[in-house]
Ligand binder design. Sequence first.
Ligand SMILES: *Cc1c(COP(=O)(O)O)cnc(C)c1O
Length: 229
Amino acid sequence: MVPHEDPIAEDDLPPLDAVRARIARAAERAGRKAAAVELIAISKTQPVDAITPLIAAGHLSFGENRVQEAQGKWPALKAATPGLRLHHVGQLQSNKAEDAVRLFDVIHGVDRPSLVAALTAAMARVGRRPDCFIQVNIGDEDQKGGCAIADLPALLAAARGGDLPVIGLMAVPPADTEAAPYFALLAKLARDNGLSGLSIGMSGDYETAVMLGATHVRVGTALFGARAG
Ligand SMILES: *Cc1c(COP(=O)(O)O)cnc(C)c1O
C-alpha cells in the first residue's frame, strides 16, 4: 500500500477525478508520466446509466469480464463514442474468442495454448487484431487464471508465432497479501521477454502498481462503488 500521509484533497473530488489525481501523484513520485498509464474503468455488472457519466466526462477506456454482458451493453455506446477502447479482462472461454475479437480492442487474459489458437483463428476470420496481454498466474495459485511462470516463454512464442499482437503481461496477485512483490516480479518477467505493457493494479493497489511501472490499471470499485451481488 502507498501511505496516504497527506490529508487527501482528492477525497472531495468525484471518483473519476480522484482516481486520476492519485494516478498522477503516484506517477510523479516514480518519475513517470501519468499519460503513460491507461486507466481502464472496469464496468462489469454496472448498468449503462452508470457508464455514460464517465463517457460524458471524457473517459474512453472501459473493461468488462463477460463477453455476453458486454455484447448487451457496448455496441451502441461504442458506435456513439469515437475513440472508445473496450478491454476484456479475466477468463476468456475459447468458444467466445470470435465474439471477443469482434467487440473488444484489447484482450488481457490470454493464458493457454488453446486460447492462443482460438484467438489466432478468430482474428484471421474477423479481420480485426485486438492487442493482447498474456496473463500470468503470478502467485502460483491453484484456482487462478494465468499461465504458470515456467510456461510463459512457450506461450509467448506460440502467441507471437500465431501473429497475435502481444503488448504486455497481466496479473492479479493473491488476495490479502502485499501486492508490490508480485507487481515487481511481473515487471521483471515483462522486461526479460521484451514486453513494455504491464496490466496491474485494481482499486486497492493501483497507486502501488503505477509506482512499479503499470501501463494499464484496471479499476472498478473505486470508480463505480461496490458491485451488487
Ligand atoms: C473486477 C476486476 C477488476 C476491478 O476490480 P476492483 O477491485 O473493483 O477495482 C480488475 N481486474 C479484473 C481482472 C477484474 O475481474
